[in-house]
Design a protein around this ligand. Structure first.
Ligand code: FBP
Length: 308
């Protein structure tokens, strides 16, 4: 595997990591059609846990089969595939070595009554990630949740262990719960704060939702106003998220969200690219489309990140 100068530059920002972790980051950044460009597209399939099987897969029943997602990510030339333990185990042998894997080590579900304390159970481990040949662990934090302190402490322990074994760490940082309003979950000030906390928790790759122009916190509003932080368009907001992620020295990818039209999604991804995003992590918008359409969509997304 040849490591491009762009990838070497990104790796140089991770000053404390061991050779194993850097090799795993290099694997993710060098794989697939975007390999070596410094950009990445990842397929996440943990929605069965988060939203249940019917809401996730009924619209495209082929997607009930774990092999379907491995094959889709491989055929589309993506950088990595992320999923909880059972999904990865179900294709671990058939697809061994064919695409970098991210083991999602905590998971939520909608059956328990979270109230103001949305939380995720630990459902995977570092040793399982290693056993399954994964390059990274993935972990969700819910900044703002009454359970966020526990989540921060859990990822502190898991990240320390993962790094000691040469794995990379991906943090999904999704504000919700506590005093955060529904609009505030994707407000730009809260999203920037969430990305920054993920960086501070030691994430190599940070995943956030595309931020809206809303500002949630009254003290933040004064600062954004006084310092004239531009949040008028998505590209500007994304630049601000990148700035909040160690001034672009951490890899940040943006999630795709619920099903939407191809034009709407691609327009959004063009803005993410313009704002300096490293890439996208798109699940439902991919596997809820028939395979042929999903492959064509992913090709378009990849071309956007190639600057075409
Ligand atoms: P999608 O592209 O389907 O939104 O996937 C990204 C993701 O982070 C998944 O990994 C996760 O299951 C889902 O979003 C959670 O979304 P939400 O918390 O908004 O239901």
């Amino acid at each position: 595997m040849k490591i491009s100068n762009k990838v070497k530059k990104i790796l140089s920002y991770y000053e404390s990591d061991c050779a194993g972790t850097k090799a795993n980051l290099a694997r993710i950044l060098s794989h697939g059609k975007l390999g070596g460009t410094g950009k990445l597209v990842i397929l996440p399939v943990d929605q069965g846990f988060e939203h249940g099987p019917a809401r996730s897969f009924a619209v495209n029943p082929d997607a009930y089969d774990p092999h379907y997602h491995f094959q889709l990510a491989i055929d589309a030339g993506l950088n990595a595939y992320a999923a909880p333990l059972g999904m990865i185990e179900a294709g671990a042998d058939s697809f061994a070595g064919q695409i970098p894997l991210i083991l999602k080590v905590n998971s939520s579900n909608y059956l328990f009554n979270a109230g103001s304390a949305p939380y995720q159970a630990i459902t995977g481990s570092v040793s399982e990630a290693i056993r399954l040949g994964c390059s990274a662990i993935g972990f969700t934090i819910y900044p703002g949740s009454d359970a966020s302190i526990e989540m921060f402490e859990e990822i502190k322990e898991l990240a320390e262990e993962a790094k000691s074994y040469g794995l990379a760490v991906v943090i999904w940082s999704y504000p919700r719960g506590g005093n955060i309003s529904k609009i505030g979950e994707t407000a730009v000030d809260i999203c920037a704060y969430a990305a920054h906390m993920a960086a501070l928790l030691g994430a190599h790759i940070i995943k956030v939702k595309p931020p809206t122009a809303a500002l949630e916190n009254l003290d933040d509003i004064k600062v954004y106003d006084k310092e004239k932080i531009p949040v008028d368009n998505l590209a500007n907001r994304v630049s601000h998220i990148m700035q909040s992620s160690f001034n672009g020295k951490r890899i940040v990818v943006f999630s795709g969200g619920g099903a939407k039209g191809e034009k709407e999604l691609c327009d959004e991804i063009r803005d993410l690219y313009q704002g300096g995003a490293h890439g996208s992590i798109v699940g439902r918008n991919v596997f809820q489309r028939p395979r042929k359409e999903a492959l064509a969509l992913l090709d378009n997304i990849i071309n956007i990140y190639k600057g075409k």
